[in-house]
Write a protein that binds this ligand. Structure first.
Ligand code: KG4
Ligand code: ZN
Length: 414
């Protein structure tokens, strides 16, 4: 059992006065009535402090976000106490901005929804502690949110998508394939056995010192790889996609990362340059890495689609694949997935980029979905804890592996 970290409070000494002042800062407008239910969503599971107010029909009334990316880029990765401190410094302002933009006063909210799992313990603690104080002051229901479920359901805010559908979540912290059967009904078909693709691309970009590249200095690792790959020739390097013989829907990126590291070391020797300088072949390496990652993701997703079709798990009329997460904004990876969905007569859907990455809207929307379905709405927050580790749904990845679905070879002409 995880204990809520007391040091993760919103204020150095959580005080009721602070919260009253915060609430008083809003313009209460008596007489104004909202016909729809309104949910405030709060997200602090990793390195983004985000909040949004969304109504029952999916209108985003207000949103705000503070990204820590620039700070973490400089230190070469997320340092949890630094992330915690930045969440603490920003959460009140971000929630206030979202509420002000929405023109909704806190008393008009139907519920407060907050990410409580999975994520960085110190980061989750800030959002939960802040939310619990707000819930206590406002006497509103609290809706605890699973971060991955929220990512998976975001598409229902932007598109008319019925259950069940397949979702591929690929980001810096996530990599999984799941069948979404309902608001809180998920079947996990496969996941990364080690690191996530975004994490791997970030590490390769760091090893290639792309932060020193004049065109990439402010980009995340994945974005820098995509940018540079456009100038490179992927055929100059031949990295094999991982797990070619494992007939399941799991992923792996660590082994590939080590092979690339070795290749970079060899190239540095050949070019007579030190670690930290940019290789003349950096763009070719970026192109080859991106293509190998795309092929690996496409193959596992192809198998998941075929498994769902064989077991009749899709909607009769339309099989839908939803792709989300920061890595889903990569156009080369999207193209590879398009080749798969074209070959399997599936519809490929991606939320817009700002909703693919971590945001407050997806948390508020998950709150709306739960409110509508009457699922997981708490009127007492006694004993509520955050959970840094928490699987998504029922894990059937072993059964998927045992089915050993054969995947026909597709030409990845991208
Ligand atoms: O979803 P996200 O904002 O945060 C979480 O990890 O939850 O995803 C960030 C990740 C980073 O690893 C970043 O390098 C990667 O997404 N990323 C990309 C691209 N843009 C961001 N990876 C590949 N291609 C991109 N264009
Ligand atoms: Zn996320």
């Amino acid at each position: 059992m995880l204990i809520l970290n007391k040091t993760a409070g919103v204020f150095s000494k959580p005080s009721k006065r602070n919260m009253y002042e915060f609430l008083r800062s809003f313009n209460f407008r008596p007489g104004k009535r909202f016909l729809h239910k309104l949910v405030l969503g709060i997200e602090t599971s990793c390195d983004d402090t985000a909040a949004a107010v969304v109504d029952e029909t999916g209108n985003v009334l207000g949103e705000a976000i503070h990204s820590q990316t620039e700070v973490h880029l400089k230190t070469g990765g997320i340092i949890p106490p630094v992330a915690q401190q930045l969440h603490r410094e920003n959460i009140q302002r971000i929630v206030q901005e979202a509420l002000s933009a929405s023109k909704v006063s806190p008393s008009e909210l139907s519920a407060i929804a907050t990410t409580i799992k999975p994520g960085l313990a110190l980061s989750l603690g800030v959002g939960l502690s802040f939310s619990l104080q707000l819930v206590d002051q406002l006497k509103k229901p609290f809706i605890p949110i699973h971060h991955m479920e929220a990512h998976a359901l975001t598409i229902r805010l932007t598109n008319k998508v019925e259950f069940p559908f397949l979702v591929l979540l690929i980001s810096g912290g996530h990599c999984l394939l799941a069948l979404v059967r309902g608001v809180s009904d998920f079947l996990l078909l496969g996941k990364s056995l080690d690191i996530a693709p975004g994490d791997m691309l970030d590490k390769v970009a760091r090893r290639l010192s792309l932060i020193k590249h004049p065109e990439c200095s402010t980009m995340s690792g994945g974005k820098a790889i995509e940018h540079l790959a456009k100038q490179g020739n992927r055929l100059h390097f031949d990295f094999k996609p991982p797990m070619q013989h494992a007939k399941n829907c799991d992923f792996s990126f660590s082994g590939l990362r080590h092979i690339i590291d070795k290749m970079i070391m060899q190239k540095e020797k050949e070019e007579g340059i030190e670690k930290g300088q940019i290789l003349s072949s950096a763009a070719d390496i970026a192109a080859a890495v991106q293509h190998t990652v795309a092929c690996h993701i496409a193959k596992r997703t192809h198998r998941a689609i075929l498994f769902c079709k064989q077991r009749d798990l899709f909607c009769q009329s339309n099989a839908v694949l939803v792709v989300s997460g920061g890595v889903a904004s990569n156009l080369h990876i999207r193209k590879a997935l398009e080749i798969v969905t074209d070959a399997t007569q599936c519809t490929l859907l991606c939320p817009p980029p700002r909703l693919c990455t971590d945001n407050g809207v997806m948390i508020a929307w998950n709150g709306v979905e739960r409110l509508r379905a009457g699922l997981g709405i708490l009127h007492s927050t006694e004993g509520i804890r955050y959970e840094p580790k928490c699987p998504l749904g029922a894990d059937i990845s072993k059964e998927v592996g045992e089915a050993a679905v054969k995947v026909p070879r597709l030409k990845m002409k991208i």
